[in-house]
Design a protein around this ligand. Structure first.
Ligand code: NAD
Length: 295
């Protein structure tokens, strides 16, 4: 049994913490928002009075915060000081690669260990314990994190050293953003050429254009009954989160002077989508904006 402090009990963090408890770990939670703490208590997870209190006796600290600044601030403002020497910090928020490396260096400088372990799979994956984890850190720290990650996820990949979990996440989501846009464009083009949605789906899903954005997240209602298009684009994966992840991709593109024009364009289109009514809709709903010439 590992003593785990779980900080950030939001949409993702609370169900992840519940799965750790279900696997027999001793979990102490904390969130800065009292309502989140209340929801955790109601789910049977004890909650500390502060982040520092939560980490004081922990073997492992897991953070699941909105963005990188929350991670750096929390590390700086007491978590690293309050933890026992050698504590393993598993940072699972989606943050920039350089922020993940900064967090790693801060943890090591304070006498601790750190891996970045962002996730994909969304709230449903968090609830069902089927998340994918992309992990950056040393072999030893990965091995120690693995049993905990296995309690919360199904596919766990060690991507390399510090920051490389976030690097894999940013690359994956850049592919996803670009492919969701082009699948939407193809359906709108097909409509204008007189092609039925189902006919286009039947061809492409078995041909070289096949991809997740088509076969799981099909942006038109009908061909894939479980896709968000069949429920008026209720997420799923909200446009605001795609815009955030593509912002992190753009940051990485610029820092590495990478010629990634499709990734840049996807970032631009999803920033516009999220600034309109797309922030709370599934990211596949961008097809409406494309059809109406709004992006
Ligand atoms: P959320 O906003 O629901 O939860 C984050 C929680 O962290 C909030 O409850 C907030 O109060 C808390 N928090 C912030 N600073 C804190 C601190 N110093 N101490 C304790 N708690 C603190 O966000 P979420 O949807 O759970 O996402 C969490 C992370 O996972 C994000 O980085 C997001 O990009 C990533 N992610 C989300 C999804 C998804 O579908 N929601 C999918 C993959 C990855």
């Amino acid at each position: 049994m590992t003593r785990v402090a779980f900080l950030g009990l939001g949409h993702m963090g609370l169900p992840m913490a519940k799965n750790l408890v279900a696997a027999g770990h001793d979990v102490l939670g904390y969130d800065v928002v009292p309502a989140a703490d209340e929801a955790a208590r109601a789910a049977g997870i004890p909650v500390a009075e502060s982040g520092a209190d939560a980490v004081a006796d922990a073997d492992v600290v897991i953070t699941m915060f909105p963005a990188g600044k929350h991670v750096i601030d929390a590390y700086q403002d007491g978590l690293l000081d309050a933890a026992k020497p050698g504590t393993l910090f598993i940072e699972s928020s989606t943050i920039a690669v350089d922020e993940a490396r900064t967090a790693h260096e801060m943890a090591v400088a304070a006498g601790h260990r750190n891996v970045d372990a962002p996730v994909s799979g969304g709230v449903v994956g968090a609830e069902n314990g089927t998340l994918a984890f992309m992990v950056g850190g040393s072999d030893e720290d990965f091995a120690e994190a693995l049993p905990l990650l296995e309690a919360m996820g199904k596919r766990i990949v060690h991507c390399g050293g510090p920051g490389l979990g976030q690097a894999a996440k940013v690359c994956n989501n850049m592919i996803l953003g670009v492919s969701q846009i082009v699948v939407a464009e193809a359906f709108v083009l097909g409509e204008r050429l007189g092609l039925e949605h189902q006919a286009l789906f039947d061809v492409v899903s078995q041909a070289s254009g096949q991809c997740w954005a088509l076969t799981t997240n099909c942006p038109v209602p009908g061909p894939v009954p479980t896709s968000p298009a069949n429920r008026d684009y209720q997420p799923g994966f909200a446009g605001a989160l795609m815009a955030k992840d593509l912002g992190l991709a753009l940051q990485a593109i610029e820092q590495t002077s990478t010629d990634a024009r499709m990734g840049r364009l996807a970032q631009e289109l999803y920033a516009a989508y999220a600034a309109g009514d797309g922030g709370a809709r599934d990211f596949s709903g961008i097809i409406t904006d494309i059809r109406e010439g709004r992006v």
